[in-house]
Design a protein around this ligand. Structure first.
Ligand code: ADP
Length: 195
């Protein structure tokens, strides 16, 4: 309740109902980073792909250019991917070892977006991988409002880490736009409070 009051100024009506406990172990696993996701040397980066998995614009285009043509070739063997689901490939020329391709919703569909974050983490941990970076799924070409999407991203990652302790060392939110940096910095205080 104290936190709700404290942050209602920043967040307006968007303070979530449930308040999140201070948990230094969870906090240690979360990073905000601003830049191009294709530069990250990590177990897996997430691609905001489309159902065909044949490549596209935005972060999808950047990942395919950086990874090289072998990524398209592997993607072509996967038979596409449903909205809200995730499939893993190798990283090829990327510094990241793997790419997890997830298909975000077009427009504001919170259950689908939540499913993207959750299934990415499921695929990651099923492969015994321990670090991952997410772009702001669906908030570009697919038009999901940025702040609403950030709530879903942070909430879903927190819930997964709480339910699956010890499996993941690091989750990076890769923020390409200044606006997302602001949004995530504010919302971190709600979903990963430090005191
Ligand atoms: P979607 O179709 O899911 O909306 P987009 O690629 O259009 O996917 O946008 C998703 C997010 O990825 C946006 O915040 C966009 O600014 C960001 N983005 C674009 N290029 C990159 C990149 N190279 N690294 C990280 N994020 C990126």
């Amino acid at each position: 309740e104290r936190l709700r009051k404290q942050f209602s100024d920043i967040l307006g009506s968007k303070v979530p109902e449930d308040s999140y406990s201070v948990d230094p172990t969870l906090n240690k696993a979360i990073s905000l980073w601003s830049g191009n996701i294709t530069l990250l040397e990590i177990d897996a980066i997430v691609n905001a792909a489309n159902k065909s998995l044949r490549g596209g614009g935005g972060v999808d285009g950047a990942i395919h250019s950086a990874a090289g043509p072998s990524l398209k070739a592997e993607c072509a063997t996967l038979g596409g991917c449903e909205e809200g689901n995730s499939k893993i490939t190798a990283g090829y020329r990327l510094p990241a070892k793997h790419v997890i391709h997830t298909v975000g919703p077009q427009g504001e569909k919170p259950e689908k977006l939540e499913s993207c974050y959750r299934t990415c983490l499921q695929v990651l941990t099923a492969k015994k991988l321990r670090s991952v970076a997410f772009p702001c799924i669906s908030t570009g070409i697919y038009g999901y409002p940025q702040e609403a999407a950030a709530h879903v991203a942070l909430k879903t990652v927190r819930n997964f880490l709480e339910k699956n302790p010890g499996l993941i060392d690091r989750v990076i939110f890769c923020l390409f736009l200044k606006e997302d940096v602001k949004i995530y910095e504010n919302l971190m205080q709600v979903y990963f409070p430090i005191e």
